[in-house]
Design a binder for this molecule. Structure first.
Ligand code: NAP
Length: 227
């Protein structure tokens, strides 16, 4: 499958590596591919620059957001909260079309320091803002409630016995994403929360997630819905 990933940060890199490892073709989208390859600081995984990471993952293609949108049969949004709408606008509605997009972004606002606040919540969400801006795009909010390493390897926590959510306005797209999460990464318990307004709750889990990170001293954990 051809997958277009928006975002050159830890999430974009982690998903790209994992999907290439599964035999998929991946293009990562960024604002300026040349600048991203020359970047020596910024959104990097651990101590490596993006170019060092890319050198170790040469099969991952790099393009603009529009290039990645056109390339992907399925799209993934792994941009920052504030960058999500600008990135999708840069890609353009025509390139995005009516594709299925896994939206992993969280509306975290770090402008007033730590802990971050949510730039939108309660009566709206970033997932809804994206869906409103691109009505044809089939946005499915998912994977935003766990850390990147667990997204691609749920087995790293409790043998994979924990929960992921999907929500979005298109029931078929939600089912597709639930299936892909299983096929790509081995997610077993995926709960369908319904339409995209459920992304309010999914995004509002982040303040709890951040406190758990502090309390547990590791990001390698996840929510399990016991029932
Ligand atoms: P990040 O640093 O939050 O985002 C990096 C990406 O955002 C880059 O590709 C950057 O574009 C893009 N971006 C930033 N400002 C932009 C703007 N004004 N216009 C267009 N694009 C812009 O990366 P991350 O840590 O991998 O997180 C990605 C998303 O996943 C976030 O929303 C985060 O909350 C969510 N998330 C992260 C984790 C995690 O484990 N880190 C877990 C769950 C959810 P360039 O490539 O052009 O610089």
């Amino acid at each position: 499958m051809q997958i277009g990933i928006f975002g050159t940060g830890v999430v974009g890199q982690t998903l790209a590596s994992a999907l290439i490892g599964k035999g998929h073709a991946v293009m990562i989208g960024t604002r300026d591919p040349a600048a991203t390859l020359n970047r020596t600081t910024g959104t990097v995984a651990g101590p490596t620059t993006f170019s060092e990471w890319h050198g170790a993952n040469p099969r991952v293609q790099l393009g603009t957001f529009a290039d990645a949108a056109r390339f992907g049969e399925v799209l993934v949004n792994a941009t920052s909260g504030g960058g999500a709408l600008p990135a999708l606008q840069a890609a353009g509605a025509e390139a995005l079309g009516d594709k299925v997009m896994l939206d992993i972004s969280n509306p975290l606002d770090f402008s007033k320091g730590m802990p971050p606040t949510l730039s939108v919540c309660n009566t709206d969400s970033l997932g809804e803002q994206i869906q409103r801006a691109f009505p044809d795009l089939r946005v499915v909010k998912t994977l935003n409630t766990t850390t990147a390493a667990v997204m691609v390897n749920p087995g790293a926590v409790a043998g994979g016995d924990h929960t992921m959510f999907v929500c979005g306005n298109d029931a078929q797209a939600r089912a597709t994403v639930a299936r892909l999460l299983g096929e790509w990464f081995g997610w077993r318990d995926v709960i369908d929360l319904g339409d995209i307004t459920a992304s309010r709750g999914a995004e509002m889990l982040l303040p709890v997630w951040l406190r758990l990170w502090g309390a547990l001293g590791t990001p390698i954990f996840n929510f399990k819905i016991a029932r």
